[in-house]
Design a protein around this ligand. Structure first.
Ligand SMILES: Nc1ncnc2c1ncn2[C@@H]1O[C@H](COP(=O)(O)OP(=O)(O)OP(=O)(O)O)[C@@H](O)[C@H]1O
Ligand SMILES: [Mg+2]
Length: 244
């Protein structure tokens, strides 16, 4: 693994003109004035994500209570209906096209057998798969995923790590994935970006060069995760030190 410098060379700047990033965020700040004072949630954050890249953002968790992150599926539609829903906004597709595309993505996430099932009949992992199929079906240029697997059991999560890596490669997607789970970040990301809380700043960036598909339980991956965790901890302690 490589610790990447946040400084850009002039050669890199030149090349960006030729190959523009898929996502370019430059100098973005966000300040909240709440009941408990001002919070600098983002402090001059700049980030470029290239086409086909898988980038993970990690940071310390905000004080959080136990919460179940249910994917926002429509309970009055069945599995197939949920995946079709996102395709309604594509006027270029015929009904037959929509049908075929929905079938294709349900197959991709391994849910063909359950296409007529009601949402309440599914397990948490299956719901996440439907949610993933629904997100992928309209062929978005980029997927933004905010802790999608946090509420799943370890076994289901591991399966989905494999699925997501496979789909990302097969469909050449660009993914920005937010997680608190450092191992998950090392498993999925080409790059892992470490944020500090309050002020929310990018502190470090790691390039993960392990071969894919990656196994979350591999020793190599654990070595990478440990290094990222060390960085994450050091920047979380920074906040404590400043606060004291
Ligand atoms: N509407 C708001 N009003 C005031 N402060 C806010 C608001 N939304 C977010 N914040 C503050 O901004 C910071 C970042 O919030 P954000 O929702 O991005 O957290 P997060 O990094 O995703 O954490 P979590 O892991 O808990 O989801 C927090 O300190 C929070 O208190
Ligand atoms: Mg969050």
């Amino acid at each position: 693994m490589q610790r990447l410098s946040r400084q850009r060379s002039s050669a890199a700047e030149e090349l960006e003109i030729i190959a523009p990033s898929k996502l370019a965020i430059e100098d973005v700040s966000k300040n909240f004035k709440g009941a408990s004072g001002a919070v600098l949630a983002l402090d001059r954050v700049s980030l470029n994500v290239e086409e086909g890249e898988f980038v993970c953002l990690v940071g310390a968790s905000g004080e959080r209570l136990v919460m179940f992150q249910e994917p926002a599926l429509f309970p009055w539609l069945n599995v197939f209906g949920n995946v079709l829903f996102g395709l309604k906004l594509k006027p270029s597709l015929t009904n037959k096209d929509r049908h075929d595309v929905a079938k294709y993505y349900l197959e991709l996430v391994g849910l063909s057998r359950f296409e007529r099932a009601n949402i309440h009949e599914l397990s948490g992992g299956m719901k996440q798969r439907v949610s993933l199929a629904r997100a992928l079906a309209p062929n978005p240029r980029m997927l933004l995923m905010d802790e999608p697997f946090a509420a799943l059991d370890a076994l289901t999560r591991e399966q989905l790590y494999g699925d997501l890596q496979r789909i990302w490669k097969a469909r050449n997607k660009t993914i920005v994935f937010v997680t608190h789970n450092v191992r998950e970040a090392a498993c999925l990301g080409d790059r892992v970006i470490v944020f500090s809380p309050r002020p929310g700043r990018i502190r470090e960036e790691f390039a993960v060069d392990l071969p894919r598909p990656r196994d979350i339980n591999s020793v190599d991956l654990a070595v990478h995760a440990t290094e990222i965790m060390k960085a994450l901890k050091s920047y979380s302690q920074l906040e404590v030190a400043i606060a004291e």
